[in-house]
Design a protein around this ligand. Sequence first.
Ligand SMILES: *Cc1c(COP(=O)(O)O)cnc(C)c1O
Length: 220
Amino acid sequence: MSIASNIHAVQLTLPKHVKLVAVSKFHPVEALVEAYDAGMRVFGESKAQEIVGKYEVLPKDIEWHFIGHLQTNKVKYIAPFIHTIQSVDSFRLLQEINKQAVQNNRVIQVMLQIHIATEETKYGFDSSECETLLASSDFASFKNITVCGLMGMATNTSDEVQVEREFNTLHDLFNKIKAANFQDDTNFSALSMGMSDDYLLAVACGSTVVRVGSRLFGNR
Ligand SMILES: *Cc1c(COP(=O)(O)O)cnc(C)c1O
């Protein structure tokens, strides 16, 4: 199957309100061009250097999402153009994103990454850290970021019951935070969960943004 037909096949399975982010990490520019020509305008990447290189050569109407662990010293490279940083996993990173957004005279959308998996290695806040952050006066002073939602990655397991439980946990936290901190803020609307192997389950659990890579572009 071609990249174009893969995109169309996945799009057909998604309800209208769910946004597809095409995760193109480690794939060459030609693959992104093929996806672009098939109508894809939202791409996700996980390395600063790689996303900058692709941004420079690809059309400027692409909406770029950063989805990997981001070191604070790399924020400056992506701040001029990044649309959404989905993987904010520390206060320091959020502070640096706001600082670089100010310097670029723009607003950067962010999602807070929540640790829902059992694996030790996955980055993210736990629920209480997230709630503390959002209640802090430091957070209230960040004027050049918009928090548009939460992102999470389920455990890499074939146990669907466990994955479903993790997605439901994140959805519950989303509802709680929305009610407590963003009740009248329509920007806070994104629940990013679901990848190639679990995106349909994620959508059934309330996901509004899916990050799909290998199902569109093949194996990395
Ligand atoms: C790589 C990656 C994806 C896409 O994974 P696939 O299994 O290829 O769909 C989604 N989210 C994050 C955070 C990733 O790092």
